[in-house]
Design a protein. Sequence first.
Length: 182
Amino acid sequence: MNPPLAPPRLVPGDLDLLERRARELASGETGGGEEAGNDRLVAFRLGGSPCAVDAGAVERAIPRIPSVLPVPTADGSERAITWVDERPVPVADLAGAAAGAERAAPLLSGLPAVVLGTPHGPVAVAVDGPLELREDRLAGAAPAAGEEEPGFRPRLSGRLADGTSVLDAGWMVAWAGRAARP
């Protein structure tokens, strides 16, 4: 059995900005300041590289996945599942796939994940942490189809000014749906 996990530590970056945005959201204002036009993103890491995805595709962010259990399937393989809001949800290991070695179900416990809605239902996608909410604009375009390197590479929609790769949300939802099915 694994030792108990320490609670995640949340470190706000700009308290004044957070308070202003909370007031705008509570009042229904759209906000015309410097944040207008920024994309809302959920940031994480894959293989040590900073990545993000459009927050609109994320149903829920999980700082640490509770117990991940291997469930046998009819074909003899196993499917990783966890419980989210008292429902069983399959778990797909994007961080492991990006590293070239998907991990066994018990090794996914305690990792951060984003829950994405797929045509087959929600899927918890394990990533490397920490998870952060960001507002930023795309500064660079995604590489053209012929410029991508061979092997497993998530499809990008662009890059942020600091070099963070923004994953294509449609690609990530489709990948999660395929990866979670046995």
